[in-house]
Design a protein around this ligand. Structure first.
Ligand code: 13P
Length: 281
């Protein structure tokens, strides 16, 4: 059985001086492709769910997503873990823990520091009772469309990171060092010196968000300088939608639409196999 806790994979990544990749998934096709890629590459991986994809976009019920993940991942021999991404709603986060998520991200990065610390501390205390890992964010990783990655005052400060990790007891910390969610307007430039300082100041696993579009050479350095979890969403979703559109344009009126999942999963798995080579386990 390959289902493990996120913290187990983070430890493996830390020992190998590399990073596990977490892929945002919305449905069966995406999760099945991640499991398939893990089985082929033998590289540990994470499946992540954005809460709003359930409560807003209606892609899945939170509880049934866990069942679907478990059903697919337990057949793999490579370590795979499930993680709830960016959740600012503590009640929803507790529902996820009850549903079986063994790792959650509490995102209080929009709050004043003291409030972020207070809320994160509370989440950690509850999560601990259930043996659940907690990721939190300090500084603010914004959206590429807003060019927020250029706002230096939103970057994580090493001394505050130390205080935040010590006071909250989190498993992992998402850092703002120049990446952003979505499609970059120009090639991002990670503040790798700051990353090194944060890594030296804390004993906590570090996470890089906004993974789509960051050049591999910067990622390789970031992984060596302390990033142990790396999140990818936008480019994975985009490939999915492009593949569906192409398939429907070619086959939509031929009655073979039923083959769509096979075609999509093949295409996504090929992408994942290549992307996962960034992880040097
Ligand atoms: P991208 O969508 O930019 O790849 O970022 C994903 C992410 O950081 C999820 O938390």
């Amino acid at each position: 059985m390959a289902i493990v806790k996120v913290s187990e994979i983070l430890k493996m990544a830390d020992e190998a001086n590399t990073s596990v990749i977490g892929f945002n998934c919305t449905d069966y096709n995406m999760v099945a492709s991640v499991c398939q890629a893990a089985e082929i590459t033998k590289i540990p991986v994470l499946v992540m769910l954005y809460p709003e994809h359930c409560f807003k976009n209606k892609t899945f019920e939170l509880e049934s997503f866990v069942g679907m993940f478990n059903g697919l991942a337990e057949k793999c021999s490579t370590p795979i873990a499930l993680h709830l991404d960016h959740c600012s709603d503590i009640r929803y986060l507790l529902r996820a823990i009850k549903a079986g998520f063994t790792s959650v991200m509490y995102d209080g990065s929009n709050l004043p520091l003291e409030q972020n610390i207070e809320n994160t501390k509370y989440v950690v205390s509850v999560a601990k009772e259930f043996g659940v890992d907690v990721e939190a964010e300090l500084g603010h990783v914004g959206f590429a469309a807003n060019s927020e990655q250029e706002k230096l005052d939103l970057y994580t400060r090493p001394e505050t990171a130390k205080e935040f990790c010590e006071k909250t007891g989190i498993t992992s910390l998402a850092v703002a060092i120049g990446s952003a969610h979505g499609v970059y307007k120009q090639t991002p430039k990670l503040d790798l010196e700051r990353l090194e300082q944060i890594n030296n100041a804390t004993d906590t696993f570090l996470v890089l968000h906004g993974g789509s579009g960051i050049p591999a050479d910067q990622l390789n350095i970031a992984f060596r300088k302390g990033i142990n979890k790396f999140n990818v969403g936008t480019e994975f979703f985009q490939l999915y939608y492009d593949t569906v559109r192409e398939f429907c344009q070619t086959n939509g009126d031929k009655g073979s639409i039923i083959d769509l999942p096979i075609v999509v999963q093949e295409k996504l798995t090929d992408y994942l196999i290549e992307k996962m080579q960034l992880s040097k386990f």
